[in-house]
Design a protein. Structure first.
Length: 75
């Protein structure tokens, strides 16, 4: 597998994780009959939480693989 294919696969995985996390709060809030503003708030908070999770998992993956792309970073 080439590096380009691996990067494309990683981007897809990140997009799916972000989509799942972003859509979950609005779907849960539908059980309680939210207003449109509350539904948008749930979606916004899901997107923010999803971005944080994707960022964290990316950093965690770099720790395990040791493939830091930042120059000058050593351990």
């Amino acid at each position: 597998m080439s590096e380009a294919e691996r990067d494309a696969g990683n981007r897809r995985i990140k997009a799916v994780i972000l989509l799942i996390v972003a859509v979950s709060p609005p779907l849960i809030s539908l059980q309680f009959g939210p207003s449109p503003i509350e539904l948008l708030g749930a979606l916004g908070s899901g997107v923010v939480l999803g971005l944080i999770i994707v960022w964290y998992l990316g950093r965690l993956g770099e720790e395990f693989t040791g493939s830091s792309r930042r120059p000058g970073r050593r351990r």
